[in-house]
Ligand binder design. Structure first.
Ligand SMILES: O=C(O)c1ccccc1NCC(=O)[C@H](O)[C@H](O)COP(=O)(O)O
Length: 278
């Protein structure tokens, strides 16, 4: 597989381009430490991936309400440091206790202060599907995700041309994982669906301005086909937003900041889940 990917499919000098440039530099350093062949060997020793698709599907129809993907998010480009997370395993266990359906772990280092160590800690702490949330632009990262026990990875449509999107989705599935394919626009939703994405997220954070507009989910949701698992990403600052996403047909909601800032994330999750049922 050709792993040379343009900085972003758009290549417009956006926040995304800057993040990806840093991701590529960090990746070269890791590759020098652990060559691809060694990663492949490690993958063979890891237990099979959990079924992320099954965990997230059905939230729009069943009485249990919307599924929640709870994120371990230390920092962000838009807000800087969000929370001290001395023990990501403890946070992940709170998420599981609060009824999360999956845990997302940001592993990008420069802007989000994440790491593969966080992924390892969360993987060992919960038996929920775990999403490696990063800016996936190279085959190496997919093997790395699986070697560290991830069950799902993020594919950002805006960061990949159609060939890479298709190839990376195929690689994800070959490794037994599922992909959350993230779109921001109607055109990106079409591209995600055309390459065969089974889980499509609409991220309401604009990657050019970093502005969050929760109403954007409703505008985009009508373009999501019935047979994909629909995820609303970002912008949850309380139960009302979860209820709104649920009312617009989301199967699952991805929540970061509101949970890491809450002193009792398990209780917060309980409120979010209850709101989607009311
Ligand atoms: O969070 C950011 O500032 C950000 C900036 C640029 C690219 C991605 C970014 N966030 C990644 C995410 O998608 C969120 O962490 C996730 O959806 C949770 O969002 P929130 O609940 O609003 O923290």
């Amino acid at each position: 597989m050709n792993t040379e990917t343009p900085a972003s499919a758009a290549g417009t000098g956006t926040v995304l381009d800057g993040i990806i440039a840093g991701v590529r530099e960090d990746l070269q350093a890791r590759r020098a430490e652990v060559p691809l062949a060694e990663l492949r060997a490690r993958v063979a020793d890891v237990p099979l991936a959990l079924d992320g698709l099954a965990a997230l599907r059905g939230g729009r129809d069943d009485a249990a309400g919307v599924r929640i993907i709870s994120e371990v998010k230390r920092s962000s480009p838009s807000k800087g440091s969000l929370a001290e997370i001395p023990d990501p395993a403890e946070l992940a266990r709170a998420y599981q206790a609060g009824g999360a359906s999956a845990v997302s772990v940001l592993t990008e280092r420069r802007r989000f202060a994440g790491s593969l160590a966080d992924l390892d800690a969360v993987r060992a702490a919960v038996d929920l599907p775990v999403l490696r949330k990063d800016f996936m632009v190279d085959e190496y990262q997919f093997l790395e995700a699986r070697a560290h026990g991830a069950d799902l990875v993020l594919l950002i449509v805006a960061a990949l041309d159609d060939t890479r999107l298709r190839d990376f989705l195929a690689l994800t599935h070959e490794l037994g994982m599922e992909a959350l394919v993230e779109a921001h626009t109607e055109e990106e939703i079409s591209r995600a669906v055309d390459v065969g994405a089974r889980i499509v997220g609409v991220n309401v954070r604009n990657l050019k301005t970093l502005d969050v507009d929760v109403a954007h989910y409703g505008t985009m949701a009508r373009h999501l086909p019935d047979d994909v698992v629909r995820i609303a990403e970002s912008g949850v600052d309380g139960p009302d937003v979860v209820a709104d996403y649920a009312s617009r047909g989301a199967d699952a909601v991805l929540v970061g900041e509101a949970l890491v800032r809450d002193g009792d994330p398990a209780a917060a999750l309980g409120r979010f889940r209850a709101a989607s049922r009311s």
